[in-house]
Design a protein around this ligand. Structure first.
Ligand code: MF3
Ligand code: CO
Ligand code: CO
Length: 296
């Protein structure tokens, strides 16, 4: 670990360790569940279609709006002294109030209603008894399922007073996502998106994570379309088409983008324990370009 990465860590903040999980949160039976809940596989994953009908698009729009509402509430709740489990409680509540099922709850063994990824956690952190401290950065990733489709978004929030270089990381991750979104236009290959994201992050001395990607999202949580966040050409040459719905969700690291997984099978951390930040939107591709759906 470089001196710089040690130095941006909030005072008294040790490397993260797994906390304790709260009991599973209930969902009223009147709320429709995705087919995969508490099964070993998600048969709705990886089976397309990549281009959506107007009816599916209208439903993805609704799911995305609800996901964005819950994400906003999570951001308001992210403060020093609060547990990541409390963030999960807030997200769970907003999704249910709006008639949506938390897509991650019971997805391939994931037992919470959102992902909470602090500091050196790149993605898929599990909400638990971990208490947030002044100077932390917290990513919350919310996916809502309603009327048979999903909408998926995430954002990284500053917890209290954050070191300027960590703030810069969060800004670069956000701006990298926005640059990737801007170039997502019909007729281009999806690999154009990662090319601009990787170039932009490198210019700031940061790295873009290669092994976790954006994805098509609609009837499937991850419908098989893959959107890399690095320059993958000539691979990933799917052509962007009108009426595709997919996510762009770059993860940006202050040190190396190399990662390892905790023994829980989910939590992905940087190998060098450098901080990582991420942002995600679900978008619809129109003739004029991308339209963000995960907005309130
Ligand atoms: N929402 C995440 C994504 O952007 C996926 C989370 S899957 C989970 O693709 F199981 F880790 F929750
Ligand atoms: Co996603
Ligand atoms: Co997500």
């Amino acid at each position: 670990m470089t001196v710089e990465q040690e130095w941006i860590r909030p005072e008294g903040r040790e490397l993260l360790v797994p906390g304790t999980l709260s009991p599973r949160r209930a969902v009223p039976t009147k709320i429709e569940r995705p087919e995969y809940v508490d099964k070993d596989e998600a048969v709705s994953d990886d089976c397309g279609p990549y281009v959506q009908t107007p009816d599916v698009i209208a439903r993805v729009r609704e799911a995305s709006r609800i996901a964005a509402l819950a994400l906003q509430a999570a951001g308001e709740a992210a403060k020093p002294g609060v547990t990541t489990d409390h963030i999960d409680e807030v997200v769970h509540g907003v999704l249910l109030e709006n008639g949506a099922y938390p897509s991650t709850l019971g997805y391939l063994g994931f037992a919470k209603s959102c992902c909470t990824s602090l500091n050196e956690v790149i993605c898929h952190g599990i909400p638990d008894s971990t208490v947030m401290q002044d100077g932390d950065i917290l990513n919350v990733d919310v996916t809502a399922f309603i009327h048979g489709v999903h909408g998926d978004c995430n954002a990284t929030f500053l917890v209290g007073d954050v070191h300027p270089r960590a703030q810069e990381l969060v800004t670069v991750a956000h701006d990298a996502m926005m640059r990737g979104i801007k170039v997502a236009r019909p007729g281009r290959e999806v690999n154009v998106i990662g090319r601009v994201i990787e170039k932009f992050t490198a210019r700031h001395g940061m790295e873009s994570v290669r092994d976790y990607t954006g994805h098509g999202v609609a009837e499937g949580f991850h419908n098989g379309l893959i959107i890399p966040h690095y320059d993958s050409a000539p691979a990933f040459d799917d052509v962007i088409e009108e009426n595709m719905t997919f996510t762009i969700e770059p993860m940006v690291t202050l040190g190396s983008q190399e990662w390892e997984s905790w023994d829980d099978g989910w939590t992905i951390v940087t190998k060098d324990r450098s901080f990582s930040a991420q942002f995600e939107h679900t978008m619809l591709i129109t003739a004029e370009g991308p339209e963000l759906l995960t907005v309130v």
